[in-house]
Design a protein around this ligand. Sequence first.
Ligand SMILES: [Zn+2]
Length: 84
Amino acid sequence: MQMRSSIYRKGAELFGAGRITLDVETEKGVYLFVSGEHQRYQVRLMSDGTFNCTCPLGSLKAGRGVLCSHVIGAILFESQTRAR
Ligand SMILES: [Zn+2]
């Protein structure tokens, strides 16, 4: 639980710090860049509800629906952008 909640908090921090930027949006999904502490990752949020991230955690667990802080930040970014 501790680890999971810290991922949500970190995702919110990434979003709050303006580290999420939109790359491109297509009918199939949205591609975003997330500037992490050491590296920039690319997150895909697909219109069918799947997602992935190029960070080590996201790549390792690819296809298993594992959330990393970058995906959470990207979802926050998207939800805030849509709300405007
Ligand atoms: Zn990630």
